[in-house]
Each structure stands twice: as C-alpha cells, then as structure tokens.
Ligand binder design. Structure first.
Ligand code: HEM
Length: 564
C-alpha cells in the first residue's frame, strides 16, 4: 500500500499509550534513568555521556503495575526523573504537583497528548474523503483537535443535557442488576467473567448516548455476528492491534502494510459501518418526529447530527473507544471498595433508601477513583521550553550520529524558522550526541553528521501514585469517603491538598469529555444495585495490572445477596 502519509505523533485519550510502551520496555530491556537533579540542569550533556555514567536500574517491576514502578523511581531517583529507552520519546516524570502544574498550565493553549499514528493515517489519509477533514479528539492535535472539541463540547458537557439520559440509563442498570443476580447463582461464572459483564453494561450505556440506541448487550446468548458483540470486539481489537502495529518491533507499518496493520484498518471500517447504521436510524427518527423541539429537549446525538453526520459518527466511535473499559474498570473498583468496607456500604444504602441526597454516593465514587484510577497518570508533550525547579526542559532533542569517517570536532545545528546557527561539539569517542532543541525545527547540518532524528519530551504527572500518598491525602491507602464531606477544619478534608494531585479525569481543557456521562452511568447503576443487593468480597485482595490502561487481575471474588 502506498504510504505517502505525513504522519505526526498523535493523541490517544485515556489509554495513554506511552504508559503501556513504558511498561513493555521496563519488562524487556534495561532502562537507563538519570536522576532529575543531575540531568535536567545539564540536559544535553547528560545525553552525551556514555553508558558508563548512566545509572542502570535494570528490570523493574515485572508485574507491570504502573503504580509500583513510579514508586520505585521516586524512591530511587527523587522528585524529577527522566526515563530513556522508549521507542518514541523521553519521559520526564515530575512528582511535585507545583512542577507539573507549571508545565501543564503553560501548555494549556495547545495541549498535546500523543497517541496512535495509525488512527491518524486512517482518518487523514486512507479514508480522507469519508472523514472530510475531521480527526476526532483522540487522534488530533493542535487546531484540528481544538476545532473538533469546540464543536462537541456543548453537546457533551452540559449537565442538564446529560441528565436527560438518567431514566433510560436506569432501565439498563435495572436489567444489569437482575442479570448479576441471575449470574451469581451460576457457579464460578462471575469470578471469571465479571469484567465481561461490566463491559457489556458500559457498552450498552454509552451506546445509548453515542448511537441513540439500545444494542442488546445484556441479552442472553449474544450471537457472534450481533452488532453489540461486533462493536465490543472492535473496541478491543483497535487497542490491541494499534499496540502491536505501532509499539512492538518491527514497527514497519509506515513502509509495509503488515497483516496487523491491514486488520486494524479493516476493524476501523467495520466500526464505522456499524455506527453509521445506528446514526442513520437516529436521523430517520428525528426526521419523522420533526425538528420542532425545544433546544433543551434535543438529545446529544441530535445536536451532533445537526453539526454534521460525520461529526456524530466520529464522536460515537470515540465514545465507544474511550467510554467502555474506563467505566467498567471504575465501577468494579468502587464495588470492591464497598464490598470490603461494609460500614460505608450500609451508609450508602441508607442514603439511597431515604432518597434525600446523593452526597455520600458521590463521595464513594470520588474516593474509589482516588485509590484506583483507570488512567494512572496524565501526560503532556512539550511544545515549548520550560524551566522546572531550575532545570531546563527543552522542546525536544535532536539525536545526531557522527559519520564514522568524519574527523570534524563540531557539527552545526541551525533553525529553518530563523533561529541562530549553533555549533555543537562532538565529544571525543562519542558518536551520538543529543542536542537540545530550542526552536521548533532545529536540525543538524550535514557536516560530519550521518543521521539525525528528533525525540520529543513527554511530561508525566503520576496522579494515581500521588493521590495515595499520606502527604496529600491522610490515610491515603484507606477507603474513607468521609474525606470528601468533612469540614475544612478536619485534618482529612480533601481541600487541604494541592488541586492538581487528584485528577482521574485528566487536566484542563483536554480533560475527559465523557466525564459527566461516566459519572451519571455509575451513579445510576450503584443506586439500583446497592439498594437491592449486598455486595461482599471473599478471598485475596483484588490486584491491578497496567496494560494500556489499568485493569484488574482475575478472579473477581464478589458475592451478591439480597439486601435487607
Ligand atoms: C470513569 C470513567 C472515565 C475515566 C476515569 C476517564 C478518564 C479520562 C482521562 C484521564 C482522559 C485524558 C484527559 C487528559 O489528557 O487530560 C480522558 C480523555 C477522554 N475521554 Fe475519558 N474517562 C472516562 C470515561 C469516558 C467516557 C464514558 C467517554 C465517552 C463518553 C470518554 C471519552 C473520552 C475522550 C473522547 C477523551 C479525549 C478527550 C480529548 O482529547 O479532548 N471517557 N478520559
């Protein structure tokens, strides 16, 4: 397949692909990490040093849990840690909220979050005519991202509009509660398949909003060719195939259409085709009913179709990608904490039955997301230079390799955007030099340079790790919903901590667009479930594994009984 695509580094939303690639590398190769205090002040110099001066951490954290890994880094290297050895970029982990706040705020006008190049290729090149210049949110940066986000924000972020879905989500939740009751009598089925069941519920719920239809995920005996089954498979395959195509060696899809790449493009096509059928149905219903409906009664899908049919389909696909596993993980985490804290569960049940308030329910949700966030850290790619705590963080790094035959002692770096020419020195015996970029398009000249490539810098805010530290949240590893409700004078009061520490839905203008939908889905389901069922947990504690996002390790030892 011809590959004329000008592929840039793209954004992936919740999946934070770099976390995953980081974990893979940590498992398989020796990571070279330099302590921030040493490195940042002398960024270029450190990159120029030989392996002999690098601290090698070795294989860290074979279990692949992101929390444990950043814990080790923090303890070993301090508050600013740089991680080398990743395929596409350098990671700079900032453990002080003031530090990442400074970088994130400075990047807020153009927040860059890298993701899958293949998704951009599909939308921008392979199916360019179909997408008509729209890239969605998950695979767009800069003006393309901003334009789409500005278009869809009003439809997805208005609480009043999202609340219109509460009754229909309530019906789905009731069906799911009945289903759980039924399945809990089926031997060890739920122990092994609780995640699948929660995925069915979250897909059914998010599709109601994104596609305006009930898919039928909660039916018994879903056939292989059932659209619900296919959409569930598409979401799973897209993440899986993108990872394999882009991050596992040999990542040659830009030159040769590998089998995984072809499969990925076909999966995107299938997801589009199925979504289009539902969007067409929604459009027909709207036509039959007529447009003479007050603006505040129009559904999300109606508002999106009014912008453009392609925007509606693209946004539905984004929701199906970002809104299934995230919600399924979060509800599982909340249920686990309620099952292992019966006092909190009883208190919640009482609040639900009196029906006067939802304060405790919301506190339980916040508390569970503090302890286990589906996206364990946030990430922004630098687009400008920063000085953090006295250390210079460049826009990126140029990796220049000296030609073996060259005897020149310097090479030149010049800027096509008008910056000054800089002569950089090769150190004796060093064939590879990292030069800190100062302007967007710095590039080394040919004198003695064999090859040059640009490495970007991704600044990581390890929010889940920080949120469990006693320093920020007293009794940080305990489930204490009360901290979200107590007065300012109470030492547990959540507002005493830095506002950037707790960020399960991300940070700033690029934060999760599905937050209100996710919160409503979870709230409605918990209300129905805890009213009817007492949830308990038996066996060893539930464990997290970090894949593209966080997920849980089986078995799911929940027990559901009728609540008194
Ligand atoms: C509890 C469930 C969820 C959690 C914890 C979560 C978390 C996140 C996080 C951390 C980000 C990255 C934000 C940033 O970079 O600052 C994100 C982005 C995103 N999320 Fe969610 N999410 C959830 C549910 C959903 C749902 C239900 C949808 C769809 C309806 C959704 C759609 C998206 C999209 C499209 C983005 C990309 C936004 C952009 O780049 O402009 N998420 N989410």
């Amino acid at each position: 397949m011809a590959r004329t695509a000008k592929v840039q580094l793209w954004s992936c939303p919740v999946w934070n692909i770099y976390m995953h690639s980081l974990l893979q590398v940590v498992r398989s190769v020796k990571l070279t990490i330099q302590q921030g205090l040493d490195t940042c002040r002398r960024y270029g110099a450190v990159y120029g040093v030989t392996a002999r001066r690098r601290q090698t951490l070795g294989t860290v954290n074979p279990a692949g849990n992101f929390f444990d890994m950043v814990f080790v880094f923090h303890k070993k290297f301090g508050p600013i840690v740089r991680v080398e050895g990743l395929p596409r970029s350098t990671l700079l982990i900032l453990y002080e909220p003031e530090h990442f706040e400074q970088v994130y705020k400075a990047e807020e006008t153009n927040p860059l979050r890298p993701g899958f190049d293949t998704s951009e290729y599909y939308r921008g090149v392979l199916r360019k005519a179909r997408f008509g210049g729209y890239y969605g949110l998950t695979s767009a940066q800069g003006p393309k991202w901003r334009d789409f986000r500005t278009k869809v924000n009003p439809a997805l972020l208005k609480p009043k509009l999202v609340k219109l879905y509460a009754p229909a989500l309530g019906e789905i939740a009731e069906e799911m509660v009945d289903r759980l009751t039924k399945l809990s009598g089926k031997g060890d089925y739920l122990q092994n398949n609780f995640d699948l069941e929660m995925t069915k519920w979250s897909l059914e719920s998010v599709a109601l909003v994104g596609l305006g239809a009930r898919l039928g995920c909660l039916e018994d005996d879903l056939k292989e060719d059932h659209p619900a089954r296919q959409l569930m498979q598409c979401a799973k395959d897209i993440l899986d195939l993108s990872f394999k195509t882009e991050l596992l060696p040999p990542a040659i899809w830009k030159y040769i259409a590998t089998p995984n790449f072809k499969k990925l493009m076909n999966t995107y096509d299938l997801q589009w085709d199925i979504s289009k059928i539902y969007i067409d149905q929604a459009q027909n219903k709207i036509k039959e009913r007529g447009h003479d409906v007050p603006e505040e009664d129009k559904s999300i899908i109606e508002k999106l179709i009014a912008i453009d049919e392609r925007v509606a389909i693209l946004m539905a696909n984004e929701m199906l990608m970002a809104g299934i596993d995230t919600v399924a993980f979060s509800i599982t985490g909340i249920l686990y904490h309620l099952a292992t804290n019966q006092g909190a569960q009883d208190k919640l049940r009482e609040e639900i039955r009196t029906g006067e308030s939802r304060r405790y329910l919301r506190a339980c949700m916040k508390e569970a997301l503090r302890i286990w966030a589906v996206v364990p850290s946030n990430l922004r790619r630098t687009s400008k230079e920063h000085v953090v705590d006295g250390y210079r963080v460049p826009i990126g790094l140029i990796r220049a390799t000296r030609h073996p035959t060259s005897t020149a002692s310097t090479f030149a770096v010049h800027s096509s955007t008008g910056g000054p020419r800089v002569d950089a020195a090769w150190s004796t015996n060093i064939r590879v030099v990292y030069y800190e970029m100062r302007v967007g398009s710095d590039a080394p000249t040919a004198r003695g340079v064999r090859g040059a490539s640009v490495r970007t810098i991704d600044v990581i805010a390890p929010n889940e790790y920080l949120s469990r530290m006693d320093k920020y949240f007293p009794r940080g590893s305990e489930f204490v919903p009360e901290r979200w409700l107590v007065e300012k004078t109470d030492p547990l009061y959540h507002g005493n901590t830095h506002p950037m520490v707790y960020a399960p839905f991300g940070i700033g203008v690029r934060s999760c667009i599905g937050r209100r939908i996710a919160e409503l889905e979870i709230e409605v389901f918990l209300t129905k479930l805890i009213d009817k069922q007492k949830v308990t947990w038996f066996g060893p504690p539930l464990k997290i594994v970090s894949k593209i996002i966080n997920s849980f390790d089986k078995p799911y030892n929940f027990k559901f009984e009728n609540a008194l």
